[in-house]
Structure formats: C-alpha cells, structure tokens
Design a protein around this ligand. Structure first.
Ligand SMILES: [Zn+2]
Length: 287
C-alpha cells in the first residue's frame, strides 16, 4: 500500500510539472461541412465511419469541372442516406457568364443550400481566377438573392486576398465560405474576417495529412488558430475534406475523425459546439 501511495504522489508531482491533463475529446454532435466523393461507392465507407464517430451530417460538394460524374454520385448518396448526406450544387466553370443562370435552375431543382466548391486560386492545378470578374459577380448576386452561400477554394496571396475583398464588398448580402481557411496565416485571416462580415471560414482539409494543418495527428491545436477561433467562434465551420479515394479507407477515416474530435476538444466547449455543428447548421439550413 505504501508503495502505491508513494507511486501516486510521484505521478501527481509529475503531472504538476507537465501541467494539467490534455483536454478531453469533443463528444457532442458533429457536422462535416465540406467533403467530396471520389467515385460512386465511397459514400458507403464514409457513412459507416460517420456512424462510428457520431457525425450527424456531411455536406458533399463538387470539386470543380474535373469529375463530371460526381453530380450522379452525390445525388445517389443523398437518395441512399437522406438523413446523413446534404448536397451542394457544383459549379463546373465560374468564369462562364452563363454559370449563374444554370446555378439558379439547379438551386430551384435541388433545393440545395450551398454552392461549391468553386476553385478561384489553386496553385497545384494552375487555376488563377478573379472573384471580382463579371461571371463570378453574377454568381454572388444569385447567392445574395437566394440566400445560398458559396464555398470557394482560394489559396490567398496578397493579390488574391485583395480580389476576394473586392468581391465581398461588391455583394455584402452574399456569404462566401473560404475553404481550408484559404491557407492563410491566422493573423491575416483575422483582419480579413474583421473587415468582411459576409466571410466565413471552413477548416476542412487542415488535418494532419496536409499542410498547413491545425495540428499534427497527436500534437496540440496551434495556439494562434486556437486563439482566433475562440475570438470569432461564429465564423468557423469544421469539415474533413475527404477527397482522394485512399482517405476513404476505414482506418484513415477513423484517424481523421478522431483527430477532428480531439482538436475540437481543445476549444472552450461553447466554441467547439458552434464550430462542430451549430454554425454549419444555421448557414446551410441543416437539421
Ligand atoms: Zn474541398
């Protein structure tokens, strides 16, 4: 007994040195506000993982013009799992002047509550588009009229951020969701969010398999991200950004979803709830 007591004291002393125990994982409801499908069958593995990890809903978005068949995959997924899957309207070409009109028809047909993902700037695919150009302005006008936000992929540089701000300023009633936080630094993003009330940020694809990440697989949530999210808790949505087929392997989905709950668990509980599901629920009218 004495030995056990001494051991307990030693452990307590060790804890006092390393500080309090790590925060518990977030265990509340979770919405994946941004993922994709790589083929017609991946949704089954994804839904199985959602059930294992209590993910209430996934928002499936298009990846731009590169997967012409994804509209069928996504619609089939909604049909098969109507309570778990919500679909966005894909935007094959945001530079086409006819895009806004086509999106209007699709929004009426599908009753979708989000458009995207639209690739504005993506270095790896050599995509460089101006969000303040006329065709995208028309899409933003539609977004404002219908109250349907649009998710964009926009790897921000100072010039890209300036174009984005011009677009945001031209249509204050339209809401733009900046996917993957635009790969921006927290301090730059804070200024952008401060100046543009119609900007939201999804934290999808900032997991340990990518750079920049919010945290390594086992490491702490980066302090600058933690501070910014806690300071502006209504502006952020959580997402996985499942995309490549290899991410749909059950073991990988388990790691991604476990990581997501662990990272959310580092935020104050009321902040975690908003980022985990409440903000997405309001913005995309999910129930
Ligand atoms: Zn994406």
């Amino acid at each position: 007994m004495r030995g056990a007591g001494a051991l307990a004291l030693t452990l307590l002393a060790a804890l006092a040195v390393v500080g309090p125990a790590a925060a518990a994982d977030y265990t509340g409801p979770l919405i994946d506000a941004h993922s994709h499908l790589p083929n017609a069958t991946a949704i089954d593995a994804y839904v199985a993982a959602m059930k294992r990890h209590n993910v209430r809903k996934v928002v499936l978005l298009g990846v731009g013009g590169v997967q012409p068949d994804e509209v069928e995959w996504i619609e089939a997924a909604v049909k098969k799992y109507p309570d778990l899957v919500s679909a966005g309207v894909r935007v094959p070409d945001p530079t086409n002047m006819a895009a806004a009109g086509q999106l209007d028809v699709e929004l009426a047909r599908t009753k979708a509550r989000v458009m995207g993902e639209v690739h504005i700037r993506q270095a790896s695919r050599k995509i460089e588009r101006d969000p303040s150009a006329p065709a995208f302005m028309k899409i933003l006008e539609l977004s404002a009229q219908r109250g349907v936000p649009i998710v964009i992929h926009d790897e921000l540089t100072p010039a890209a951020a300036a174009s984005l701000e011009a677009a945001l300023a031209a249509h204050r009633e339209a809401v733009i969701v900046l996917a993957h936080a635009g790969e921006a630094k927290p301090r730059d993003l804070e200024r952008l969010l401060g100046r543009n009330a119609n900007l939201r940020v999804d934290l999808s694809g900032m997991h340990f398999q990518r750079t920049p990440s919010l945290a390594k697989e086992k490491g702490p949530l980066h302090p600058a991200w933690k501070a910014l999210i806690a300071k502006m808790p209504d502006r952020f949505l959580m997402g996985v950004d499942a995309l490549a087929a290899r991410l749909f392997e059950p073991a990988m989905l388990d790691r991604l979803m476990t990581w997501t709950r662990r990272v959310l668990g580092e935020l104050p509980p009321d902040v975690a709830e908003r980022v985990a599901w409440k903000n997405a629920s309001v913005l995309y009218h999910l129930d």
